[in-house]
Design a protein around this ligand. Structure first.
Ligand code: PMP
Length: 386
């Protein structure tokens, strides 16, 4: 039996169950793909609120409390988010006793100029209903905004949050897009967890390990995960390769030519949590060595594959990160860097869980299972499956 019961501990609150997420080998997928490296997944769905954003929510709140910007029981949290930061904040707010207002995008709403605040409480589409229900259960108040609104238009979830801050006494916007506590949470916590895990595993002939994180792959939304992880992991290993994954239709990848749509590609993407039409202040392009673009098709087929093959109940952006990582590791450049290297540790961040999408169409549909991601031939430079 492989289950090891945890040492019994009584936690003061659910907040100490934020982070401390497991690192899991994707051995079955790596073998199917003929990869020689260790393909490792940081599975963020195990965090208390269910995503990679829990740590930043707690850190942003506690930094603001230390600075005196937030007063427990008095201040009101207002945040624009694609959902997971909102869930993290609402969880922290529930435990600490703050009122919490979340603005999130939806899709397909005719735009009007200067819409009244009351017009924003409409049906969600782009960001899942599941996230909205979780937020509601945590006591957050939710406003939905049109997906097609540019980030700086009055209808965007960001502009709406700013207006709500102005009109709500005691309101504070922690602003994950520009708050240094966002990347700092990953610099101090997520990266430390990874370094501790990777250095604790000894290298054996059957399971060689460099003892370092050689490659980190993460999707970019605010870019906080990618920037914070890259900075700390590069301090530990100056040769770190840091790979950002950005959906087709988003503008975060560099060089910018990567973001130009190719024939047949659409600027609209369904994957949630990654990609933007502006570059957030916390995204440090300088810390990223490679960018990969991901399609919805790759994201969702790889997500289903992670669930079926590895039993990991993850969300769509996890599929994007793993799918893009595999394609890159099998390219000449990626194979040389890590894919073909025994003992190289390639860590892919899996940002959230199936909980956010459990009734969503991409998960529930009867689309042909796994065809795009079926066991592929080994890389031509591979020595074969080990
Ligand atoms: N995937 C999901 C599902 C997310 O919610 C987010 C956060 N928006 C990300 C990836 C990207 O994280 P970050 O904001 O740190 O770039």
């Amino acid at each position: 039996m492989s289950y090891t019961p945890e040492v019994p501990v009584i936690h003061d609150s659910v907040l100490s169950l934020i982070g401390h997420t497991p690192l899991v080998r994707l051995d079955r997928i790596a073998r199917e793909e003929g990869l020689e490296c260790n393909l490792l997944a940081k599975v963020e769905g195990f965090s208390a609120g269910g995503s990679v954003k829990d740590r930043i929510a707690l850190r942003m709140v506690e930094e603001a409390e230390r600075e005196g910007r937030l007063i427990p029981g008095q201040s009101v949290l207002v945040e624009p988010t694609s959902g997971n930061t909102g869930i993290g904040l609402a969880l922290v707010a529930a435990v600490k006793g703050y009122r919490c207002i979340i603005t999130m995008v939806r899709s397909s709403c005719p735009l009007r100029s200067s819409p009244p605040l009351t017009s924003f409480r409409l049906q969600p589409e782009k960001m899942s209903r599941e996230k909205e229900n979780t937020l509601k259960a945590l006591g957050a108040e939710i406003y939905r905004t049109p997906t097609e609104a540019a980030w700086d238009s009055p209808e965007s979830h960001i502009s709406l949050a700013k207006r709500l801050v102005e009109s709500t006494p005691g309101a504070v916007m922690l602003d994950q897009y520009n708050n240094p506590a966002n990347p700092d949470a990953h610099y101090h916590h997520t990266a430390s967890e990874l370094l501790a895990a990777v250095s604790s595993v000894s290298s054996t002939p059957s399971r060689p390990s460099s003892g370092k994180v050689d490659v980190v792959v993460a999707g970019a939304g605010t870019g906080g995960t990618l920037s914070g992880l890259s900075k700390r992991l590069r301090e530990a290993n100056p040769a770190l390769v840091s790979v950002g994954v950005d959906p087709v239709g988003s503008v975060l990848a560099r060089p910018e030519e990567l973001n130009v749509l190719k024939e047949g590609e659409s600027a609209v993407y369904k994957v949630e949590g990654t990609g933007y039409d502006f570059v957030p202040g916390v995204l440090s392009h300088a810390s990223v060595t490679h960018w990969l673009k991901s399609s919805d098709a790759l994201s969702f087929t790889t997500c289903k594959r992670l669930i079926r093959t590895e039993g990991l109940l993850v969300g769509g952006s996890s599929g994007a990160a793993v799918g893009a990582a595999i394609e890159w590791l099998k390219s000449a450049e990626g194979w040389e860097a890590a894919g073909g290297k025994k003992g190289a540790n390639v860590v892919v961040v899996l940002p959230d869980s199936i909980r956010n999408y459990i009734t969503s169409t991409w998960l529930n549909d009867d689309a042909p299972p796994l065809s795009a991601a079926s066991p592929a031939a080994a890389h031509p430079l591979s020595n074969g499956h080990k």
